[in-house]
Design a protein around this ligand. Structure first.
Ligand code: SF4
Ligand code: SF4
Length: 335
């Protein structure tokens, strides 16, 4: 079903979202820097944003959280309470597709009750975007979210063409019928034209045909040493990646050994300590090995989807200026 949300109805639409739960949206925090933050009014949100530094995965897998604490003397064992409903407004196609990859890991492969509760209590509203020079989602097949959202807003001249992606999305529209109109042929024509122009606007391309084989055959390629020589080993590329999902679990126990907490926090395979195991062995002791591993991981498939959605974050935020696409092109022998 396709509806139209006219510009004049946007403020009322935003107010209707607040009845569902706390609303989060992309907020400009510095020049060219955006973050998903809680918002009280539509004027705080910039739906024309490029990308946030930290992807929306932060709502579902927290950068750092206590998963339980215990006190033996008080006979207490506490887990974090269930989270309230969140509306996440303005999620781009690539980030919605990245969440689907996380779903297959955290909901299907190894069900994670915290992730599942947060996913089930979220309302996702996608918004269309215009690619910049770092986006290559078109090359990896994630430039359009077919599902994985409740509503999706595509900008047209008189507002937004709205795609409905779930029962919850349908209910919101049904409860606010006066804010939405049926899409007219001129609206759908404009949507098609905009999509055509959006796809033509991609400047960056990456050939992912046979990418796993290309990586497998490049184990000894000098590209890993050359790139590792520039890399600071800071781990930023992992932390900003919407599909990276490695975490560490640490127990902090009091001196009495009778109370403490278990903390889960994001980890990065680019950090030296990630490969450190009991006995002091490090299974990836060099930066070359860590870098090669990361690219092999991103060039692998999860449930048929490439583990990179082409958001460009790892290139944009790499302090050493390492370009993900450039490295992959060198691996393929194209540069
Ligand atoms: S590897 Fe880089 S471009 Fe690909 S999804 Fe992760 S951050 Fe985005
Ligand atoms: S962000 Fe750049 S410098 Fe930092 S670990 Fe990743 S590739 Fe290396």
């Amino acid at each position: 079903m396709y509806k139209v949300l006219a510009n004049e109805n946007l403020p009322a639409f935003f107010e209707s979202l607040k009845k569902i739960g706390k609303v989060y949206g992309p907020v400009k925090v510095r020049e060219s820097s955006y973050d998903f933050r809680e918002v009280e009014s539509l004027s705080e949100v910039d739906l024309t944003y490029t990308r946030t530094m930290i992807p929306p995965k932060k709502f579902f897998v927290k950068p750092k959280e206590t998963i339980f604490d215990f006190d033996e003397e008080k006979l207490e064992f506490k887990e974090p309470p269930d989270e309230e409903v969140k509306v996440i407004l303005g999620v781009h196609h690539c980030d919605i597709n990245a969440l689907k990859i996380l779903d297959s890991i955290y909901m299907d492969e190894t069900p994670d009750k915290y992730y599942i509760q947060r996913r089930n209590s979220s309302f996702i509203i996608g918004v269309s975007c215009t690619p910049d020079e770092y986006c290559f989602c078109k090359s990896v097949g994630t430039s359009y979210a077919q599902d994985g959202f409740d509503l999706f807003l595509h900008e047209i001249s008189r507002g937004y063409l709205v795609r409905i992606g779930s029962e919850k999305g349908y209910e919101l529209i049904n409860d606010n019928k006066d804010l939405f109109e049926d899409a007219k042929p001129e609206d759908t024509e404009e949507f098609k034209q905009n999509e055509k122009e959006r796809l033509e606007a991609f400047k960056l391309e990456l050939n992912v045909s046979g990418i796993q084989d290309m990586l497998g055959l490049s184990y000894e390629d000098p590209v890993w040493k050359e790139t590792a020589d520039d890399c600071f080993g800071c781990g930023t590329c992992n932390l900003v990646c919407p599909t990276c999902r490695c975490y560490d679990v640490v127990d902090y126990v009091g001196l009495s050994l009778k109370s403490g907490e278990r903390v889960r926090r994001w980890d990065s395979c680019m950090l030296r300590k990630h490969g450190l195991v009991a006995g002091g062995l490090n299974f990836r002791p060099t930066r070359v090995e860590r870098l090669r591993n990361r690219f092999n991981c991103k060039g692998s498939f999860t449930d048929g989807s490439l583990s990179c959605v082409g958001c460009g974050r790892c290139t944009v935020y790499c302090p050493a200026g390492i370009s993900f696409v450039e490295v992959m092109k060198k691996v393929r022998g194209e540069l």
